[in-house]
Design a protein around this ligand. Structure first.
Ligand code: FAD
Ligand code: UDP
Length: 373
């Protein structure tokens, strides 16, 4: 065998796993079907601005090992995510905090915000939330649900909030303080040179070879013979030729535009929470830089990306796993098959069919590399 490991996919999972093994002396070949590295975290320069091609990626973690790890390969800026929610022409602060409650109800004190939410929760009769709608009303009341959650969530998932699991909305903090940091994690930021440069540094090791534009599934026999162990970060069901049926996803469409204005929306991320606006959010990439210095802007224009959530069908780019009973059961059945597969490691967002953030993917790759020592 030419290599000890064949890693399929150069996203964060594949790259971190490859690096760990390379440092232990293993020979690693990575193949990637796209024409670039870094998976969905990929960034590319347009007019000097790092553009997040597959949607806004903000790194956040409370895991010191993961934070130290990424800082070996990139310098991080001090970007703090504070998205703005736009409901028709009204603008609200996210996540749900005293800024949001003040704008909605004019309250200035936490206890008054709590009273209003408690009243709305009681009026809606929600005691034990069974789905996303009930969970949202339970946490923040009907006004916030109607203006800032319902439209956005139903656009994002293409399903009624009553059919979605409660845990999705528990990703968002609810705060009775004036704090509009979207995340609760200890560490947060964005690589100053972009994620692609960070991943290039991770892959920069004498024991790692990389081939772009190669799809494992188009020539399984050739690739399988290259290494003793395969690390699979593609779709879990694709490895098994979809023999138990298709796992489902939500897909996304991105429309990127270079504009001749220096400041389009005044913030990196604006979520459109009404159901009438067809896109989910707009990102203005220059504001991911830190400090957000308008005076020293080298590029007079700006780059924005509209993100649309779309139905997925086989062959389209899979982004978000669908968290419903059918897919959960099917995923478990595939995981049973995966356990029986010899010398194959299944990892990452697609390989494990999990709604993973970047830090969780990195930790999972570090752990998998340790376990397979
Ligand atoms: P991927 O990045 O998907 O990499 C898998 C790679 O495998 C891809 O490059 C793919 O082309 C390749 N591949 C698949 N099949 C094959 C094949 N057959 N042959 C060869 N190559 C193959 N996380 C955060 O922490 N913060 C955020 O703000 C954040 N925002 C996000 C926004 C959006 C819109 C999305 C979609 C995700 C976001 N994430 C965020 C999650 C983050 O993108 C993932 O956690 C991370 O990129 C997953 O890495 P991965 O290596 O598992 O998968
Ligand atoms: N959400 C919402 N309104 C918003 C932002 C988020 O209702 O303005 C909900 C939505 O259901 C989403 C969930 O909160 O799926 C989690 O949001 P997060 O930003 O964590 O989602 P991501 O884009 O990272 O998947």
């Amino acid at each position: 065998m030419e290599y000890d490991y064949l890693v399929v996919g150069s996203g964060l999972y594949g790259s971190v796993f490859a690096r760990q093994k390379a440092e232990q002396g293993a020979r690693v070949l990575i193949i990637e079907k796209r024409n670039h590295i870094a998976g969905n975290a990929f960034t590319e320069k347009i007019n000097g601005i790092d553009v997040h091609r597959y949607g806004a990626h903000i790194f956040h973690t409370s895991n010191r090992e993961v934070w130290d790890y990424v800082n070996r390969f990139a310098e991080f800026n001090r970007f703090t995510n504070s998205p703005v929610a736009r409901w028709h022409d009204e603008v609200y602060s996210l996540p749900f905090s005293m800024y949001t409650f003040n704008k909605l109800w004019g309250v200035t004190k936490p206890e008054h915000a709590k009273e209003i939410i408690e009243e709305q929760r009681r009026a809606a009769g929600v005691e034990e939330p069974r789905n996303l709608e009930e969970q949202a009303i339970f946490l923040v009341g009907t006004d916030v649900y109607e203006k800032l959650i319902k439209g956005y969530t139903e656009k994002q998932w293409g399903r009624s909030c009553r059919e979605l699991p409660a845990f999705i909305i528990r990703r968002l903090p609810v705060r009775y303080t004036y704090n509009n940091n979207y995340f609760n994690d200890i560490y947060q930021g964005i690589p100053t040179e972009g994620y692609t440069a960070m991943v290039a540094n991770i892959l920069d090791h004498g024991n790692i070879s990389l081939q772009l534009g190669e799809d494992y599934l188009l020539n399984r026999d050739k690739w399988r013979q290259k290494a003793g162990t395969v690390v699979w970060t593609g779709q879990l069901d694709a490895w098994f030729d979809y023999r138990l049926g298709n796992l489902e996803y939500r897909s996304l469409r991105f429309e990127t535009e270079v504009l001749n204005t220096s400041n389009y929306q005044g913030n990196a991320v604006v979520n459109y929470t009404d159901k009438e606006t067809p896109w989910l959010r707009i990102i203005e990439h220059k504001w991911f830089r830190f400090p957000r210095d308008e005076e020293n802007d080298e590029f007079a224009g700006t780059v924005i990306t509209r993100e649309f959530s779309t139905e997925w069908s086989p062959g389209e780019e899979p982004y978000y796993p669908i968290n419903d009973e059918r897919n959960k059961k099917l995923c478990e059945a595939y995981q049973e098959l995966a356990k029986q597969e010899k010398n194959v490691i299944f990892g990452g967002r697609l390989g494990e069919y999990r709604y993973y953030d970047m830090d969780q993917v990195i930790l999972a790759a570090l752990n998998a590399a340790r376990e397979s020592e």
